[in-house]
Ligand binder design. Structure first.
Ligand SMILES: C[S@@+](CC[C@H](N)C(=O)[O-])C[C@H]1O[C@@H](n2cnc3c(N)ncnc32)[C@H](O)[C@@H]1O
Ligand code: SF4
Length: 435
């Protein structure tokens, strides 16, 4: 059973049928890509058994449109609930859900629904759903689900046609659907039909302006908004609310090097603007197609990493500095582990080979190393060279600092060595007082 695309590892996803009553031009799993739209019942039973055997807590039933198979869907929900799955979610466009069917779903044990309400404007919704008259039917479906006691999360899948209306969307939900408490603010990902239709991708520059205002309206209305797994780069309207970004939460909880959240199956990448970004360890970047098709428009680091010896290093809400003069101890490691920021600096003047494994298995993302450059010009090989190289290979970034007095030949040799290693910068600091 595949993982749900939007969340974490305690979820499983099954696609009841790939057939669909809508024709969304952005659909990431279009029916035409599946020669056999509906898997046989036996396959479903096998998947369900796999799911019971796993530790998953939530079963997401998706498609295609699962409500097309009305009886099979009810039976699947019932079997999942009877098998002890605490939470069963339906992904649906909701247009086929009336009061009686919503009640039947609730009776079968459905706990939540994830509904593609694509706009607050009927014409835009219908256009993006590829089905005329879909908007009022989708709203009626949501009303029926809510009335049956099923909790509803909305998914707008923001597209270029709706990018200017995110605030209006949230306002509309607050007014028209007051029982809906949650919106997953996803944006078109360039897969499936959308891969051949890249003009559907929203402009992140527009979203960077819309999102903070939309989040504010949501907060006033008591609606929880989420930046889901297939959502936006952290700098696109989310940098001050990382708690609600699934990628960031996964990177934080799963260990940023394990990268469950920021791996994105190799579909995302970082651009040159991301290199100094303080959020980079928790951010998956943007879809490859976004960099290519929109040239990364709207993506900009909210702040650069500040090496620990520079002013402001400890003031940033996005970085922590653990100072370890004389070298790393267990106490420093535990401080590193309790850090709650994307960038976590170790600031030290001593780095040994024994530090490499503990640091690479910790939350430390950046090393600020004070070194001496004495004799580098004459070929001296500093002790920190090998451990630093290993940390850089393991994904850490590094900045070096060297103190005056300093021979200019050694300074040049240090700069050349740093460049060869891929160190992000070298600062020359004043001599220590009394030195
Ligand atoms: C493929 S749909 C199937 C369920 C159902 N037919 C529906 O429309 O909600 C599953 C989820 O993926 C979302 N989705 C589809 N294409 C997408 C894309 N290109 N980018 C982001 N989300 C997408 C849908 O809005 C829906 O929430
Ligand atoms: S600049 Fe790059 S790394 Fe930083 S938040 Fe934006 S996309 Fe992510």
């Amino acid at each position: 059973m595949e993982h749900a695309e939007d969340n974490h590892r305690t979820k499983g996803l099954t696609r009841l049928t790939m057939a669909c009553n809508e024709r969304c031009p952005f659909c990431n799993v279009p029916a035409e890509n599946y020669p056999r739209p509906t898997p046989p019942e036996s396959e479903l039973t096998e998947q369900l058994q796999d799911f019971f055997d796993s530790a998953a807590q939530t079963l997401t039933i998706s498609g295609g449109e699962p409500t097309l198979l009305r009886r099979r869907l009810l039976s699947l929900v019932r079997r999942a609930v009877d098998g002890g799955i605490p939470s069963v979610e339906l992904q649906t466009n909701a247009v086929l859900i009336d009061v009686a069917y919503a009640e039947a779903l609730a009776e079968a044990g459905l706990t939540s629904a994830f509904v593609s309400l694509l706009s607050d404007k009927a014409a835009l919704h219908d256009h993006l759903a590829g089905l005329s008259g879909a908007f009022p039917r989708c709203l009626a479906g949501i009303d029926a689900l809510v009335a049956a006691g099923i909790s509803v999360t909305l998914n707008p899948v923001i597209a270029s046609a709706t990018q200017e209306r995110v605030v209006d969307y949230v306002r509309f939900v607050a007014r028209r659907l007051p029982a809906v408490r949650s919106i997953s603010l996803s944006a078109v990902q360039p897969h499936g039909r959308a891969a051949n239709n890249l003009d559907l991708l929203p402009d992140y520059g527009v979203l960077a302006r819309q999102l903070p205002a939309a989040r504010e309206v949501a907060q006033e209305a008591g609606i929880t908004v989420l930046n889901p797994y297939c959502g936006l780069p952290l700098c696109v309207g989310w940098s001050d609310d990382l708690e609600r970004c699934v990628e960031a939460a996964e990177a934080r909880d799963g260990g940023w090097r394990a990268q469950p959240g920021i791996d994105n199956q190799g579909n995302k990448s970082h651009g040159a603007v991301c290199a100094p970004c303080v959020l980079r360890p928790w951010c998956g970047g943007a879809w490859h197609a976004y960099w290519q098709h929109r040239d990364g428009a709207g993506i900009a680091a909210p702040a650069a990493r500040v090496p620990p010896w520079r002013a402001g290093a400890s003031a940033s809400p996005w970085q922590s500095v653990v100072s370890a003069p004389g070298g790393l101890t267990d106490a420093h490691r535990s401080t590193i582990q309790s850090a709650k920021t994307p960038t976590v600096w170790l600031w030290t003047d001593r780095l040994t080979r024994a530090d490499v494994v503990p640091l690479l298995s910790s939350r430390c993302t950046a090393v600020g190393l004070e070194v001496t450059a004495d004799g580098l010009a004459s070929g001296a090989r500093p002790d920190w060279l090998r451990p630093l190289r290993a940390l850089l290979r393991g994904g850490c970034v590094a900045h070096l600092a060297v103190r005056r007095p300093l021979r200019s030949a050694d300074r040049l040799a240090l700069a050349a060595l740093a460049e060869r290693l891929g160190v992000a910068g070298v600062d020359v600091l004043p001599a220590r007082r009394g030195a």
